[in-house]
Design a binder for this molecule. Sequence first.
Ligand SMILES: [Mn+2]
Length: 360
Amino acid sequence: MLFSPRHVIFFSLLAGASAREITFAPKQAQYRMSPPSTDDDSLPISVPDQFFGLQTFANLPYVNSLGASLTSTDVEKYDIAVLGAPFDTSVTGRPGARFGPAGIRRGSQRIQPGFAWNIYSGENTFASWAKIVDCGDVPMTVLDNTVALQQLDKAHRVVSSRSTPSAANGYASTPRILTLGGDHTTTLSALRSTFTHWGAVSVIHFDSHIDTWNPAVLGGDVSDYAGVNHGTFLHIAHEEGLILNSSIHAGIRAPYSKPGGDLRNDRRCGFEIITARDLDRLGTQGLIDQLKQRVQGNRVYISVDIDVLDPAFAPGLPVIGADVVEVAPIYDNPGENTVLVAAEVAHSLLTLMVQTPIKV
Ligand SMILES: [Mn+2]
């Protein structure tokens, strides 16, 4: 136990002894060097760090891609863009994920691009061949979901239309996008975008829910508009031909609504299921093996609903897009564990993208 000088005096008085006078070292002796003067150029006041500066994901540079026209050639080139999708008006449960992008960025502030060498791989995702930037958030109206999703479709079109600096090295000239959600409906726009550039993809979907519900079963009984939501977007993606029949869920544990029907429809949409209990049985390596076997070397889109844990594995997959969604900071704890985990998941997804460049 530690006692402050005041405690020492107090205890001394209790013991009846006279208080011992405490002397402090002269102030100048507390410095080994004289403090820098405030007009000294060497005194840093502009270095980005986790506690100051405007917040981008992992303190990456911001590129204003959304603010320039589709055909503009003035935008700084990038290989991978982080893009926020602040939208939560198509959830069936609790809203709040419109604050997800800001929350994940806040949780990512401890990640420093220059201090991110991985203990396991000896590599640094941010010091690789890939130029990774943060393109900020997409303006998505909170008053009309149809318009909001059109805005997100357009934003994907714009951000993915820029050219990459690494095209000169034989890598893809189309940038890849990591989306920070936003409720899970936002993944639909990302899949539409990847389809236009890469064709249909295998989806690796980490979630506790299957999210392939037929709109007729979930929301569609209210209106067509209501049928587009965070539980139906994978069904819609299948109907639009965006995904391959070699997709897979991992971590499923939530109930479904119709015996037989929902799961039959899920298979029809191209998915195999690894349940949460299967994960315990399979272990990390078993999971990697099963995912790789399922996607058969196809191009992959990885979607992580935050109710599933860190997917920091399965290197070697050609990941052409990814997201972390359903992060609602309002329900986080005071230590902000959820946004910290979400930021690490996003970091892992960027690493997977960097580890496997897409060759043309
Ligand atoms: Mn989901």
